[in-house]
Design a protein around this ligand. Structure first.
Ligand code: AMP
Length: 557
């Protein structure tokens, strides 16, 4: 049997814009909770929006943007950790047809200016500066250096309970509150007229892919792409207007704004923001305080939550489901998430920004084995296949590159037709760069990134297999395996290990002993690097490239 599957073709796709979809849901559930943001400082109140209130706030911001003359298709960036205004801007830009540009909050001035220039961004909405990032200073530098950028908007200082940042403003600068006042100049009929002129197939969102090498590329996504993908994930999770979805993953990534916001808000469910960035305690507190039924995270987030010394004291009894995505989940972690966090229906989603993002997902009733060893099967209205280097579909069980086709595939990379053509072939297949195989039931197993594969003395090694095994060691809390250069074998393996608190130290000899008789000799890591943390992207992916560079420098390879 060949490694090709098509998802359910009978499921209808939504043929509406994000704004139309939202207004339809608001009319159905006007008084339901739509958005709750946990208090940033102890003792303060959470901020809460019903669907009606959220829609009112979205409309006010949308009218303010119209008042400034933002045209359909113009790019409006947001550069901020998670906050309620992020969601309001997501829907306001969608209603007026402006293309929201998600700017990674960990970007610094050089990366910011690259992105602003690459898409000719017109307005940038910026977080207030905090301990780690002088957002305001760097945004001002971008304003001075990028002629297309005409307005900067500073979000309220949400850490200080809604006060404005208090910076003296230049001519092209607005506080969020000042911007909102502009709404008075534009009537609701003008907003309705703008909405009526939009097409679901218009681009509405630009997300720069992490790109560990080379310059980031802007995946251009339409209403149709991301609304349908978000909605479809919620359908498979069985979401209703009673669900309360806790979202500790960043909004700037699809995981937050599609799998989180668009999914929940197209089902009448509540979105819950535990905090600006991820902390394990805040995520569990949000579940407990707001009755979360679903919790999201990349595996390392769940690992951190389970490792909290007071983990057992949180009431997680309302949880039922959730999404784990972004990287492979060790079996032990999945077991504990299901049994100790009560997330019996937790789903694994797989995909990439360029596919809106989810292309495969596990389903209700899938076995534990399917939820730990596979990333599920093809989503409705999509197709997946696995191909060899010549582009031929391989047999089930054989490893090759995973390719995805259908409504979720992006329009292309913004202003980079050559890069688009490298990623999406003439038949519409997005080439993911991920190595995978498909089992007889159509379930997809991810073997790693094509570029993570380590080749040691001619043997192809998929680090994931070794990570899974090392994870069973009683002293190991988290582990990443990378390839480092070697004169004799081309590459050698290094295991980068985070130990459990209080565990005995581990060295290469101890790890080799643990692997003896269990793994083929060439898969036994030559080097062991015990460390406190891994370098991570904001979306929770381990930066293996960076770890490799560090190792090369440290070992003088
Ligand atoms: P991004 O575009 O930042 O969302 O990154 C997409 C990449 O993350 C994919 O190409 C995969 O390599 C990886 N990925 C996403 N979801 C999973 C998953 N469930 N299991 C393993 N890898 C994943």
């Amino acid at each position: 049997m060949r490694a090709y599957t098509a998802g359910d073709a009978d499921v209808p796709l939504l043929e509406e814009t994000i704004g139309e979809n939202f207004e339809r849901v608001v009319a159905q559930f006007p008084l339901h909770d739509a958005l709750i943001e946990a208090a940033a400082v102890p003792g303060a109140d959470a901020r809460r929006w019903s669907y009606t209130k959220l829609n009112d706030d979205v409309d006010r911001l949308a009218r303010a943007l119209l008042a400034l003359g933002i045209a359909k298709g113009e790019r409006v960036g947001i550069w901020s950790p998670n906050c309620a205004e992020w969601t309001v801007l997501q829907y306001a830009t969608a209603k007026i047809g402006a293309v929201l540009v998600n700017v990674n909050p960990s970007y610094r001035s050089h990366e910011l200016e690259f992105v602003v220039k690459q898409n000719g961004m017109r307005m940038l909405v910026t977080a207030p500066s905090d301990r780690n990032s002088d957002y305001v200073g760097m945004a001002r530098q971008a304003l001075a250096g990028c002629p297309d950028l005409r307005e900067l908007v500073f979000l309220p200082d949400f850490e200080l309970d809604g006060l404005d940042a208090g910076v003296p403003l230049g001519e092209q600068e607005f506080t969020y509150a000042e911007l909102l006042k502009r709404a008075d100049a534009v009537g609701h009929s003008e907003l309705k007229a703008r909405m009526a002129g939009l097409d679901p197939h218009d681009p509405i969102n630009l997300q720069y892919t992490s790109g560990t090498t080379g310059f980031p590329k802007g995946a251009t996504l339409t209403h149709h792409n991301i609304l349908n993908n978000g909605y479809s994930i919620g359908e498979l999770l069985g979401y209703t207007d009673h669900d309360r979805v806790v979202i500790p993953v960043p909004f700037y990534h699809c995981f937050g704004m599609v799998i989180g916001n668009l999914n929940a808000l197209s089902h009448g469910a509540a979105t819950i923001i535990p905090g600006r960035g991820f902390t394990p305690a805040a995520a569990l507190e949000a579940v407990q305080d707001f009755g979360g039924t679903a919790l999201y995270g990349v595996p390392t987030m769940f690992i951190a939550e389970l490792a909290l010394p007071d983990f057992a004291s949180y009431d997680l009894s309302t949880l039922r489901t959730g999404v784990m995505a972004g990287s492979l989940c060790p079996i032990e972690v999945m077991n504990r998430v299901i049994s100790e966090m009560n997330m019996k229906d937790v789903a694994i989603c797989y995909g990439m920004t360029e596919t809106s993002p989810v292309s495969t997902m596990t389903r209700d009733g899938d076995t534990l084995q399917q939820r730990t060893e596979t990333v599920g099967r093809t989503m409705p209205r999509l197709e997946n296949k696995i191909v060899d280097p010549a582009g031929e579909v391989v047999e089930r069980g054989e490893i090759g590159e995973l390719c995805t086709r259908g409504y979720a595939v992006m329009q292309g990379y913004w202003n980079q037709p050559d890069k688009t053509a490298e990623a999406i072939d003439a038949d519409g297949w997005m080439h993911t760069g991920d190595l995978a195989r498909m089992d007889d039931g159509g379930y997809v197993v991810i073997e790693g990134r094509m570029k993570d594969t380590v080749i040691r003395g001619g043997e192809n090694i998929y680090p994931r297999e070794i990570e899974e095994y090392l994870y069973t060691h009683p002293s190991i809390q988290d582990v990443q395996v990378i390839g480092v250069p070697d004169a004799r074998y081309g590459e050698e393996l290094m295991a980068c290990i985070i130990l459990k608190p209080g565990a005995e130290p581990l060295d290469a000899a101890a790890v080799a002993e643990f692997c003896r008789g269990k793994l083929a000799h060439y898969k036994v890591p030559r080097y062991v690097d015990v460390r406190d943390s891994f370098p991570m992207t904001v979306s929770g992916k381990v930066r293996k490239v960076e770890m490799r560079e560090e190792a090369v420098a440290r070992l003088g390879l």
